[in-house]
Design a protein around this ligand. Structure first.
Ligand SMILES: *Cc1c(COP(=O)(O)O)cnc(C)c1O
Length: 375
């Protein structure tokens, strides 16, 4: 039996190296989607591969109740890089699970149930995270989901302040909506979320699953906005392509999180890979590099493309090009005519979120291809 959930693309990918992917015939593709931001330091980065391989051979797995050096080191690394005084870490296997834990911990620590989420927000596909996700298409036929969720327009300070009160357990928000169309939040909006949740005794959950790890030009988007949430979730690229998620929390949440667990939490192999990924991101200054190349790419795109484009927006290497016709034909032309693999964000946005190791010369290739297609 073949798979049935994903619709498959006509290109069979066999090998990856840095910013490139190769199909079975050896055709090279420039990867500017990074399979949804999952390979921040590039495909098959030798240091990540070595760390994972060594750990695979030493100890593939041990249950979480036995301390293990790779896991302990990752707890420490994540506490070090987390914004402000966030220093407690819960490890899991994916983004949706990281958010699921964030929602559970917030409800337990506050003793409240109401969660405020944002329109166009995306937080995952399990029943709790899905309840915080906006798009009807993802929820249809799966109800009832987890209850007591309320949606407010993204970026609207008044609506947010109105929604948050003494019954609110948490507000969950992305600092830049990825899946929802590449919509950056302003600092003023995130500050308002911070203030409203603090005043109400609720948790601010910042979903940095797509925006974190240097992608938007700082380790976390939160850093650039100067906002420290109570809970920050990360996943996607954290182990450069191996499955992992993390829920980073402040002490007041960690003090009373309730009973939660997961068999594979902090497995040694993914922990070793994540530690190596964080090392490379920091040592190679990939956040600054993302800011630099991202700014260059946006500016070049602005001057190259014409009136088929409605808007170009984003931060660092999370860029959306909103087009007037659908994004899918453009993505197909990019792949088949120009050897460039990008992503959609909704129906009308071409999303660029390449490995952070992309150079200006690769950005030039993207610009030339976009100019040929929508110039
Ligand atoms: C991808 C994503 C998720 C879900 O992560 P999964 O690993 O697919 O479960 C949640 N939030 C955001 C912002 C994402 O981009």
């Amino acid at each position: 039996m073949s798979g049935f959930v994903f619709s498959e693309k006509p290109i069979a990918i066999e090998r990856g190296d840095g910013v490139h992917l190769y199909d079975a015939d050896g055709t090279e593709y420039l990867d500017v989607g990074a399979s949804y931001a999952c390979v921040p330091v590039g495909h098959c980065h030798p240091e990540v591969v070595a760390a994972a391989t060594d750990q695979l051979e030493t100890l593939t797995y041990v249950q979480g109740s036995y301390p293990n050096a790779a896991r302990t080191a990752l707890y420490e690394r994540l506490a070090e890089v987390a914004p402000g005084d966030i220093d407690r870490v819960w490890l899991c296997n994916s983004g949706t699970e990281a958010n699921e834990a964030a929602l559970k911990f917030s409800r337990h620590a506050t003793g409240r149930s109401r969660i405020v989420a944002t329109m166009q927000g995306f937080h995952g596909r399990t029943m709790g995270a899905l309840a915080a996700t906006w798009k009807t298409q993802y929820k249809e036929g799966f109800e009832p989901l987890a209850g007591d969720f309320e949606f407010v327009p993204y970026g609207d300070v008044d609506a947010l302040e109105e929604a948050v009160d003494e019954e609110t357990a948490a507000v969950i928000v992305e600092p830049l909506q990825g899946e929802g169309g590449v919509n950056p939040a302003t600092t003023a909006y995130l500050e308002a979320v911070r203030e409203a949740t603090r005043d109400a005794g609720a948790a601010m959950i910042l979903d940095e699953i797509q925006t974190g790890l240097g992608r938007t030009g700082s380790m976390w988007a939160a850093d650039a906005h100067g906002v420290v949430p109570d809970v920050l979730t990360t996943a996607k690229g954290l182990a450069n392509g191996l499955p992992i998620g993390a829920t980073l929390v402040r002490e007041w949440i960690a003090a009373d999180p309730g009973d939660h667990g997961s068999t594979f939490s902090g497995g040694p192999v993914v922990s070793a890979a994540a530690g190596a990924t964080l090392d490379v991101v920091e040592r190679d200054g990939l956040a600054d590099h993302a800011a630099d190349v991202g700014e260059y790419l946006m500016a070049e795109l602005e001057s190259a493309i014409g009136d088929q484009v409605r808007e170009i927006r984003g931060t660092g290497l999370l860029i959306g090009v909103e087009v007037k016709r659908g994004a899918n034909p453009i993505l197909r032309d990019l792949a088949l005519d120009h050897g460039i693999l990008a992503l959609p964000a909704g129906r009308s946005v071409v999303r660029l979120l390449p490995p952070l190791t992309i150079e200006r010369e690769h950005a030039d290739e993207v610009v030339a291809a976009m100019e040929a297609i929508v110039g």
